[in-house]
Design a protein around this ligand. Structure first.
Ligand code: ACO
Length: 427
């Protein structure tokens, strides 16, 4: 039954429609409020605001549930592959065998970069952060693919989405190779998505590179865990940039820039740095005291939406153990610090009262380091995997007939109108 909420303001009542989703909180539709009543709603940080309608990802933060197109993340991480999850996020359904074969072929076909594109990398200092390179390089893709940037054409949107998913591993691997002074490695079409990425990152011309199935599966799972997360800061950035009709490569570059921040994707790098700085289990109490004294935050802990264990963190923890055992680092001291820190934090009233639990970044750093990546690559890997989420959300926005340019309003608290005074008259 249709419901309304009533807002009473200065003695006048306004009926506001309440809209139900398939699950999750109802929303109060305030779209006509300003026109009818001359007031705005105020919600900096969007803590109570649904910025769009979406059918892609659902999070129940209190229950620690994450679903992509209805499928629980645990099931996808256990049974699916990253490319299959890409298809699911983009198209809404798991592919039939023939659909998947076509999709895999298409993505494989687009993995190479234009030869001219490699010149971008050499324009950066050798100590450039890979995220700086990623932001610049992905934005530059729009200069190479003029044939797929008409955002009003569904076919061009589809091709751009495929190009982005296919080329991100090649770009990320080149950013890594550039930072370590090794030659770029071309993509190999006979390999799976994750295997090809590890190959482009770690093979060198002087030796034969041998793929390791445990590490390949872990890489693929890490990609699945980061594939999408509904309307987080970087996804909202991509949608907002896209709402003006900007081309998809520029929008994804904007998303990468937003992801870089330490409160968002940059937390995986910060979390491992923090664990290494703590170093040994005996230093944890002193560190926890510093958190309580608000000198710093426990990185990889807390989440705007999850007020329970982040389901991705649980899978990541398991993957972390598998990778460390495989590379012979089962007794990694950083893992010991992480596990003890988690145990202490989960029982400490400071963290319990604030519902602070490990998020996906808490264990991802240790895992990625064991796979062979330096900390500076961590957020770049997150960006690689999140590209499918960003582009799926961007595509969904264009398929929505109600699409409008995103244009928030504000609560103005600055000076009132005043007259300009010439420089010589100012005292
Ligand atoms: N360590 C210590 N205290 C924390 C932490 C933390 N990691 N996170 C939140 N708090 C405390 C705050 O100090 C605040 O306490 P108060 O009410 O006494 O002032 C309370 O918990 C609420 O914190 P907010 O900052 O209001 O929560 P918000 O939802 O805005 O922040 C965020 C979420 C940014 C993720 C935060 O938890 C944080 O900074 N975490 C560390 C960084 C991190 O791991 N980011 C990754 C997020 S997941 C992702 O992007 C993949």
């Amino acid at each position: 039954m249709a419901q309304n909420a009533t807002l009473t303001l200065n003695g006048k009542s306004y009926d506001l429609p309440v809209i139900k989703g398939s699950t999750g909180p109802d929303v109060v539709d305030v779209r006509k409020l300003y026109g009818d009543s001359d007031v705005f709603t105020f919600d900096p940080g969007f803590t109570s605001t649904a910025s769009c309608e979406s059918k892609i990802t659902y999070i129940d933060g209190d229950a620690g549930v994450l679903l992509h197109r209805g499928y629980p993340i645990e099931q996808l991480a256990e049974h699916s592959t990253f490319l299959e999850v890409c298809y699911l996020l983009l198209n809404g359904e798991l592919p039939k065998a023939s659909e998947f074969a076509d999709f895999e072929k298409t993505i494989t076909y687009h993995t190479m970069l234009h030869a001219q594109f490699d010149r971008f990398f050499s324009g950066f200092r050798s100590d450039a952060h890979p995220m700086a390179i990623m932001t610049g390089a992905v934005g530059a893709l729009s200069a190479f693919y003029h044939d797929s940037i008409n955002v009003d054409d569904p076919e061009q949107r589809r091709i751009s989405a495929h190009r982005l998913i296919a080329k991100m591993p090649t770009i990320a691997a080149r950013a890594f190779k550039y930072s370590v002074g090794q030659p770029f490695v071309s993509p190999r079409n006979s390999m799976t998505y994750a295997e090809n990425f590890l190959h482009m990152s770690f093979s060198v011309p002087a030796e034969d590179w041998v793929s390791n199935p445990v590490l390949t599966r872990a890489m693929d799972r890490i990609f699945i865990l980061h594939a999408d997360h509904e309307q987080n800061a970087s996804t909202s950035t991509v949608r907002l940039a896209g709402s003006s009709g900007a081309n998809p490569f520029a929008c994804i570059a904007a998303g990468i820039a937003c992801l870089w921040g330490p409160s968002h994707g940059g937390a995986n790098e910060e979390a491992l740095n923090m664990l290494m700085e703590i170093g040994t289990v005996d230093r944890i109490p002193e560190f926890i005291q510093g958190v309580k004294d608000r000198k710093y935050r426990l990185m990889g802990f807390g989440h705007r939406v999850y007020k329970n264990y982040d389901p991705r963190a649980a899978v990541m923890q398991k993957t972390c153990h598998e990778v460390l055992a495989e590379v012979g680092h089962g007794d990694d001291p950083t893992l010991k610090v992480a596990m003890e820190l988690e145990k202490i934090a989960l029982n400490d009233p400071y963290f319990v009262e604030r519902k602070l639990y490990p998020n996906v970044d808490f264990y991802s750093g240790i895992t990625l380091r064991a796979l062979g990546f330096p900390t500076t690559m961590f957020t770049a890997l997150f960006a690689l995997a999140r590209t499918v989420g960003w582009i799926s959300q961007w595509k969904e926005m264009f398929e929505d007939p109600q699409r409008k340019i995103g244009r928030p309003r504000q609560l103005y608290t600055g000076p009132l109108r005043r007259d300009y005074a010439p420089l010589e008259t100012r005292g």
